[in-house]
Design a protein around this ligand. Structure first.
Ligand SMILES: C[S@@+](CC[C@H](N)C(=O)[O-])C[C@H]1O[C@@H](n2cnc3c(N)ncnc32)[C@H](O)[C@@H]1O
Length: 301
């Protein structure tokens, strides 16, 4: 038996209103190619709200009572696809070149704080991957260059006096909750090697959970990248596969904000289908071994 769901008619004018509202709220831009996705999600939300007019739905979204529904709509519109160790060549560049150089430079200055931001972290695979890479990189770095301090036993993941903070943020509360829980299926663990599983995960039933010591390095928080004020003082920002959903004007604004949110000479990593080309003159591109990262350019005061 086939069940056809009744579709409430959506006029071009209503679509435009809702498209503009979504863009203003979170920067996601639904052009011609993606308008069918927006239409489909709007129909779904209308059914959930048991409404029969898109104009009434728009009125709800823009009212004080509609805040919760607006959050639900935005959650339905985000694409949360992610995985552990995504874009391996770029992560190698991060770990073997950028991080190595940053640790050396900071240690010389006796600056023991490292702050990395995963902006648009989805269900957490990206920030946990970064945490694992940082721990491994630090262990290897201090194997070759022992710190002139007494090391406690058992060895902590992060050798004191270093303080590592990985901020992970998203606009999708459900994704953030899953990230905070840090429980992953065998399928989601596909790219995680056995030695890494042994070091950083515990087995719970047929799933894997992040070990508490690794988890404690990652702080999850809600941040809408559309907001004017975003977390500052980062040595590196990962914003991968997020800007792809924004239009050019919003991408430019975001890149400008990232520039302000980075430490001098800090690094910005974007997805491999994304580029800063033609969008800014405040970063220069480093391309090595099939991977790209952008470094903040410092201008004379
Ligand atoms: C495709 S996922 C990318 C996840 C991860 N960065 C990766 O590359 O694997 C895009 C994420 O960006 C988030 N996002 C989209 N618009 C956002 C906004 N305005 N502010 C914060 N996060 C946003 C979505 O909720 C989603 O979780």
């Amino acid at each position: 038996m086939s069940t056809t769901l009744t579709q409430v008619p959506l006029t071009e004018a209503e679509l435009k209103l809702l498209q503009t509202l979504v863009y203003q709220e979170c920067g996601m831009y639904f052009d011609e190619r993606r308008a069918h996705f927006l239409r489909d999600r709007l129909q779904r939300r209308l059914r959930v709200c048991q409404m029969d007019s898109f104009y009434a739905y728009y009125r709800l979204l823009t009212s004080r009572e509609g805040k919760q529904e607006l959050t639900a709509l935005l959650e339905n519109l985000t694409v949360n696809e992610t995985s552990f160790f995504r874009i391996r060549p770029q992560l190698d560049l991060f770990q073997k070149v950028i991080l190595e150089e940053t640790l050396k430079r900071k240690q010389e200055r006796r600056d023991w704080a490292l702050r990395i931001w995963s902006a648009g972290c989805s269900t957490g695979q990206e920030p946990y991957t970064l945490a694992m890479l940082v721990c491994d990189a630090m262990a290897y770095y201090y194997l070759r260059n022992p710190l002139p301090f007494e090391m406690p036993t058992p060895k902590p993941l992060i050798p004191p006096p270093w303080k590592v903070e990985i901020l992970a943020s998203d606009i999708n509360y459900s994704a953030l909750l899953a990230a905070q829980q840090g429980l992953y299926t065998e399928q989601q663990m596909d790219a995680v090697e056995y030695t890494t599983r042994l070091r950083y995960f515990d087995k719970v039933g047929d799933k894997y959970t992040i070990k508490p010591a690794l988890k404690s390095l990652v702080q999850f928080d809600f941040h809408n990248l559309k907001a004017e004020f975003l977390p500052r003082g980062n040595d590196m920002i990962f914003c991968r596969n997020v800007m792809i959903y924004f239009d050019e004007a919003e991408q430019k604004r975001l890149i400008d904000k990232f520039h302000r949110c980075l430490q001098p000479e800090g690094y910005l990593f974007v997805g491999h289908a994304e580029s800063l080309f033609g969008l800014t003159s405040k970063f220069h591109m480093i391309h090595q071994n099939n991977a790209t990262v952008y470094q903040r350019i410092e201008t004379a005061p």
